[in-house]
Design a protein around this ligand. Structure first.
Ligand SMILES: [Mg+2]
Length: 248
């Protein structure tokens, strides 16, 4: 019998999504709210069953691009830490920012700040010269800037592919650019869910008495940003029809 099973779990578009990502809206439960506290993301009854199945037999650790504030808007409950900001922040099993990871991330985030500022200024110029309907912000926590998030105004996503393409061609040597259905994220190269999950396993799961071979690790995710951490796991779980399943 193994001492522990853990599932590292991407959230958005893996275990819940906004209504625009759903073919019909029957039997939905609220999974996350927006800035005003109104329902924004939902689980289907099958996703509820999936989460129940997992939580009955494994410890769930969210691995998400969400910042602390956005993570607090998720109404699902997790109680063994989390990886947030695409790995910029690691919460320990008690829910506190891990100080050792934070020291590392602080150095990296300060190094990457000029890149994020340049990407923001670049998008401003592109908007002034015709790239319409795109708004963006820098996402971070604890005074640190981690990544740039661009969205279409009013949920209009038609200019997101072009936004991703120009960011990739301008900043692709220093950053990874991910195009999702509802946003584009530009991540400095150090920012990596995989590195943070690896740290989490070493810091909070492995002990002198529990080695990697004593553990069953599952990874679940829907996008290219999840592939790295999923590859650390014994099994990889991908929702049917998602972007990653299409690539694979
Ligand atoms: Mg996702």
């Amino acid at each position: 019998m193994l001492p522990g099973a853990y599932i590292f779990l991407d959230l958005d578009d893996t275990v819940f999504q906004t209504k625009s990502g759903l073919p019909n809206t029957d039997g939905l439960s609220v999974a996350a709210v927006d800035e005003d506290g109104d329902p924004l993301s939902f689980t289907t009854s099958r996703q509820d069953a999936f989460l129940e199945l997992l939580s009955a037999s494994a410890t769930l650790v969210p691995v998400t691009g969400r910042s602390v504030t956005a993570f607090r808007r998720v109404v699902l409950e997790f109680d063994f830490g989390a990886v947030l900001n695409y790995g910029g922040l690691v919460l320990n099993p008690g829910g506190q920012a891990d100080p050792d990871w934070l020291s590392y991330a602080r150095v990296k985030a300060l190094e990457a700040k000029p890149l994020l500022d340049a990407a923001g200024a670049f998008l401003q110029r592109k908007r002034a010269s015709g790239l319409s309907g795109i708004e963006f912000k820098i996402v971070g926590d604890l005074g640190l800037d981690f990544y740039l998030l661009a969205r279409g105004k009013g949920g209009d996503s038609k200019n997101l592919p072009e936004t991703a393409a120009i960011l990739q061609s301008e900043f692709g040597s220093d950053a990874r650019v991910y195009l999702y259905d509802g946003n584009v994220s530009l991540l400095p190269k150090y920012l990596d869910k995989r590195a943070a999950v690896e740290y989490f396993i070493n810091a909070f799961i492995l002990t002198p008495d529990i080695s990697r071979s004593d553990l069953l690790l599952l990874g679940a995710g829907d996008s290219e940003a999840d592939r790295g951490f999923m590859s650390l796991c014994d099994y990889q779980i991908i929702p049917s029809g998602c972007r990653l399943s299409k690539i694979l």
